[in-house]
Design a protein around this ligand. Sequence first.
Ligand code: IFM
Length: 449
Amino acid sequence: MKPTDTQFMQFPRDFLWGAATSAYQIEGAADIDGRGPSIWDTFSRTPGKTRNGETGDIACEHYFRYENDIKLMSDLGLSGYRFSLSWSRVQPDGKGTWNEKGWDFYDRLVDELLEHGIRPFATLFHWDLPQTLQQEGGLTNRVVADYFANYAAQAVHRLGDRLASLATLNEPWCSAVLGHEQGKFAPGLRDTKLAYQAAHTLLLMHGKAIQAMRGTLASLPLGIVLNQAPIHTATNSEADRQQAAIDYALFVQWYMDPIFNGCYPTLGLETLGKNAPHYNENDFGLISQPIDFLGINYYTRGWTSTSKPPIQPPAPYGVNDMGWETYPEGLTELLFELQAKYKLPPIYITENGMAVADQCIDGRVTDTPRINFVQHHLQALNHAMQRGLDVRGYFYWSLFDNYEWDSGYDKRFGLIHVDYTTQQRTLKDSALWYRDFIAKARLGIPLET
Ligand code: IFM
């Protein structure tokens, strides 16, 4: 069945409907109230690294506008909000002194969410490592895992009693590979060996933080957020199939196997050879501690072609403004694949969304492609749930247009349009559609698509 065929979807009435953001992409207030710099401040302020040299210095000014932003979430009827903490806002050097004004912001944010009946889903690390730690080798230095565990325990101590859950990391593949192998993201390195050493430190950060947080508040649900995709081949050739297996091993299994099976995938280790990371066998005991949920971020399928020039995916549903193919069935396929391979905890779709070149004309944003995108992905998700996948919630990425890393402010993923000159927020048509969809889903009404 294709997700575009007409069918009815029905979600559990207590299914969590949310939207997601991250600290550096929305908060702004980069040098305010004692926040220390992160590697993203350094990277984005380095000429040539981001589109038009754009930075997150101001972004959506959410640091100052969070009350109004939460009011908008409430107008949409969201039951959950996923956000990240800026480590260097609460601990400017990533170790040592806490910044009380930083903690105070997250305290107020969480309280305000709860006052509006919105459950706070926090993430500790969404790529913005404190710059001071980069001077010590950053993610390639395993001592960072100890600093991170200390920060994690403090976050639980300060906020844990009011959070719905806490995730350790967002998309470690991006920090490791885009940041250390492809040079596209902070800290902008291009070295495969360092990338996989960073990936190992990230996994260790996850494991040590889980241990420290459990010791602080055993009842708080803990997990991790991974970006994943099924990998398809352009042809059925042996070369394409072999390469796809390698791509899958390094993209999906490299993170799933240590967490759920306590080891690295053999194919990944063989492929990396001398670029494989140094690690201690007992690291895996820490990394594979039980978690309470797995967050999955899904945007598009992976595509492998060894032909020269490579064969491009046919893209029957089109590509978005990032150049990413829309491929809703990939979400169902991914979930089935994971279910077959791992003993999974409950799942949340922690990110799913598309960039559209939206324009706000006379106070209206007609973003029909985004409505279709969400509808088709919810169909694909519902299909997997009907066949036994335990999925508890869906967070659209993103609540509002924001700083899209090296793409600056050019790419708009939001349900809410942001005019960066005036900071005016406008609900797009997709936001109004999502609001109505959530209202019906909550009443248990089957939704025709
Ligand atoms: O904006 C990012 C987010 O920070 C992490 N996941 C993918 C999104 C879209 O690129």
